[in-house]
Each structure stands twice: as C-alpha cells, then as structure tokens.
Design a protein around this ligand. Structure first.
Ligand code: FE
Length: 507
C-alpha cells in the first residue's frame, strides 16, 4: 500500500468515525486525491459536521474548491500612484470572468431581507426577558427539528425512563469534573436536566457556550442524561452560495471611527482615491472599476461618551459633526457605488442588540448623500448574494469563552454560524428582550460580515464567506492596555460572481 493510499483510507475511516457517510463517488474522489493535506482538511470539515451527513461527490468537490478559493495571499500594497505593474495571482482570480465590465454600466440590485429597525420596541421587563428566551429556544429548536437527523426527540420532562433519545435545550451551566468529563445544566421550555458529557467526547464540549441551544444525544440513567453526541444547529454542510450574474465586486470595511484622534485619515483617503480609480497599478485600478457596493459594518464614527474620558481621544467632540465629517469623505465614493452601513456600539443609536438604524437626527449627513442605513444586524441581498452584516459586539465574549486568539476573529464568527446565533452568551453584551429574537441566524447568508475586533480575518465555512474587515483606526491606548494589535486599512474585496476574495492594504 502506498503512503498516499494509506492516508486516503485512514481519512475515510476518520470521516466515518466522525459520523459522516460517503457516497461511492465521493469515496472514489477521496481515494484519488494526491495531496494528503487536502485529505486532512476534508477530515476537519467532516468533524465540524454535527449532523448525520452524507457526503456526495459534489460536496467533496465543493470542499476542495472552497479550500482553494479562500484568500490565497494578503497585503497587496496600494501605496504609490503606480502605473502599470503586475497583478498578484489573487487579484487576477478575483478579476477573472468577463473583462471590460465596469460597475458604472451595471444597474444596482439591492434588497433588504431583514432589518430590525422598525420592529424594535421592548420595555425590558422581566416578562419581556422570559418571552425573549422562549422565542430564542423555539427558533433554534425549530432549526433542529427541520433537520432530517432529529428523529428521536423528547422533551426533557419526558426523557426519564426512556432508554435513548435526543433532547434540545439551552445551556445554563457548564462545569468540569476532576476526571475530565463535562457537566451541563440543560433547560427547555418546561424542565431542566443535568447532562454528563463523558471524557471521550468532552473535546466536542470545548465549543459549547452558555445560553446556546444544542441537541444532546444520549440516555438517561435516572439522575443524569449521559451524552454520546453533541449537535449544534449549524449550517448545512453543503450550502451552495448564491452568485451574481454580473462580475461586480463588493468592498467590506468597518470601524472607521471618524472623530477619533486615531482615525487613519491618510489611509482612508488613499482607499477613497483607489475607489475613484486614482491609485494602484493597472490591475488594482481594474478592480476598483468593478466595485458596485461598499459595506460598512459599524463604528462609523467614534461617538461621544461611549467610555469614561473619551473626550481626550476625540478631535471631533459632537456626534452630528462626526457624521458630517464622515459624509464629506464618503462623498468621494463614485456615485454608482451603493454604500450600505449598519451601526456599532460607538454609533448614535441604542447600545443594546438589535440596534435600530442611526436616526436622521444624527445621521442626516449620511442619509443626504444616499447611504443606505440599516440596523444591526441586517440581512440584505446585493446582486443576488445574501449578506448578513453584524457589527460583532458579541465576538469578545466568544473569544474569551472558547479561548480563541484575538488574531483569529473569523474563528469566533464561525462559532456564531455553528450555533446559529449572533450573540449566544447573555450577560456582558447588552441584549434588549425583543419579542422576536433578531439575533438568531434563521436564514443562511452567503457572506457573514463583522467588524468590532479591529483585526482582519477571513475564511470559508461550509460555503459561507466569513469576513472580519478590521478597521481604519490606529491602536488606541485602551487597546494597547489590552494587548490588542489592530490591522488597520485592509479592506476585503469580494467578486460577487465567483465569491473569490482579495484584500488591499492602504495603511
Ligand atoms: Fe470599533
């Protein structure tokens, strides 16, 4: 047996052990793969699959394609006003498809799918909170119940005396025993139960977060429910992202923090010059011509009174004036590019999630230049591709809970998709108890766009392009004290026709 064949066979064994089945054609492809690294990545993908999945030939091909098409290179410098020059292979791949098309000649195609702005109205009473968590439970358990593999489902109150089954509950407590097993307190609408996750599958419990709704497979022993598997609502293994018919591009930025002393005006101006076609080599200019959408995921301005002593860090100390200054910059964006913006914690709207759009009272200068201002989160469609834009307020909680490095924001975003909720942990990120939980990811986006952490990160998770677009603000003294090194001035650019991603650097 050759080394390669051995790896492929071992891979198939690992995939089956992860609960994933293979069709004969999928099996054939895996056996024929020459690159063991790709094979191992398929195992990783298979391990992430928490439902009973049958991997088809198309799925395996999609995994291989996604692995190849996620960002292949970074830091294409757009420093000087170069003429000519050689484009990086990444830019070339983003540009591939019909040449000579400019966004100017293509009609805008934009629809809002979900914006909480007009539907917000919680009073924040205890009763509202009870209703909110019931709604969260119902929505997430319905996602489970729509799946084909939840066939032995019982309410927690029914499970006693039943040999084997599945229960769906909200995680209320997580603790560890000395032997390394994990104990959960799981609650549904009527009852709660202690769940023991034995050592051999305790590794899976590492991705669990408080207040998440999960499904546990196992059996009751009278006192405890002994788990043999943990399932997250997750996104389907084979999500086929929608694609635009025209080869237009969308640019993703966030956390500009206009008004702050640390706002990086020069890099932001360079970015605007690039959008106007006045900066970069021939290929990067070509890229600019194709841009049809500019999406800003919150913290547009630095705000006023967001934290104690903020006055010291501001060069514009009035909210309206901060938006006025932002509008002056954004006026330079060519008018055929549609700008879509949502608020973040620094913007002039309520802090608790979901956030309504910035009101005209403050955001008027942006409304006047035609910026489409939505709430946070907002789900919309651009040229057929669905984008879920969320500022990312909860990402700090996820980093801490799951010990994810600050330099890997995309990993925390993947956990939001796995749990199908944008702010799973209740407590430090303020959530308003709306009767409808707008933070449940009911509809699967093709692109999930966040900011907030001021660090860039990108990956492809089961066909979904996950982007954290960084910032245009230099390191603040607060970030310095927290040991956070931002990655400013590096927007992502996505070709909406082939979903290839590239990144430019303006800092
Ligand atoms: Fe920010």
């Amino acid at each position: 047996m050759t080394e390669v064949a051995y790896t492929a066979k071992k891979t198939i064994k690992d995939i089956l052990a992860a609960g994933v089945q293979l069709t004969p054609e999928a099996l054939k492809i895996i056996l024929s793969l020459k690159n063991p690294a790709v094979v191992l990545e398929i195992v990783e993908e298979a391990k992430k699959a928490s439902e009973a999945v049958v991997l088809t030939r198309r799925d395996v091909e999609e995994i291989i394609r996604n692995k190849k098409s996620s960002v292949e290179g970074f830091n294409v410098q757009v420093g000087r006003k170069e003429r000519g020059g050689v484009a990086s292979p990444v830019i070339q791949s983003v540009l591939e498809s019909e040449p000579n098309i400019t966004a100017k000649d293509v009609e805008e195609d934009f629809q809002v799918i979900l914006d909480p702005t007009s539907r917000i109205g919680s009073n924040g009473t205890l009763d509202d909170f009870i209703k909110y968590f019931r709604d969260r439970y119902m929505r997430l358990s319905n996602i489970f119940l729509r799946r084909g593999d939840i066939k032995r489902f019982y309410k927690i109150s029914e499970i006693d005396g039943i040999k084997e089954g599945q229960i769906i509950g909200m995680v209320r407590e997580i603790s560890k025993t000395r032997s390394g097993a994990v104990i959960l307190e799981l609650e549904d609408l009527e009852a709660s139960i202690k769940v023991m996750i034995p050592e051999d599958i305790a590794g899976k419990a590492r991705n669990l977060m408080l207040d998440q709704v999960v499904c546990i497979e196992g059996k009751s022993n009278g006192n405890l429910f002994i788990a043999n598997n943990i399932l997250w609502p997750d996104v389907p293994f084979n999500h086929k992202p929608r694609r635009a018919e025209d080869p237009v591009l969308a640019v993703f930025i966030s956390d500009t923090h206009v008004g702050s002393r640390e706002f990086l005006e020069k890099p932001f101006r360079k970015f605007l010059e690039w959008l106007q076609g006045d900066r970069g080599d021939e290929k990067t200019r070509e890229l600019a011509k194709r841009v049809k959408y500019l999406i800003i995921a919150g913290d547009i301005v630095d705000g006023v009174g967001v934290y104690p002593g903020q006055e010291e860090d501001l060069i514009i100390d009035e909210l309206y004036t901060q938006y006025e200054a932002t509008a002056k910059y954004l006026e330079d964006v060519p008018d055929y590019i549609k700008i879509i913006a949502i608020p973040g914690g620094h913007d002039a709207t309520r802090q608790a999630l979901p956030q309504p759009a910035i009101p005209k009272e403050y955001g008027e200068p942006l409304y006047e230049i035609g910026v489409e201002i939505l709430g946070n989160p907002a789900h919309f469609r651009i040229h057929g591709v669905e984008v879920l834009a969320f500022h990312g307020d909860s990402l700090n909680d996820v980093l801490i809970a799951l010990s994810i490095e600050q330099s890997q924001p995309q990993k925390a975003m993947v956990e939001l998709l796995r749990g199908r909720h944008l702010a799973p942990i209740y407590g430090s990120t303020p959530i308003a108890p709306e009767p409808v939980d707008f933070l449940v990811i009911e509809k699967i986006p093709d692109i999930l766009h966040c900011g907030h952490l001021h660090v860039n990160g990108q990956e492809n998770y089961r066909g979904i392009t996950v982007i954290n677009s960084g910032t245009f603000q230099a390191q603040t003294s607060y970030q310095k004290s927290m040991g956070l090194t931002p990655t400013p001035g590096k927007p992502y650019i996505v070709n909406l026709q082939n979903l290839k991603v590239t990144q430019l650097e303006f800092a």
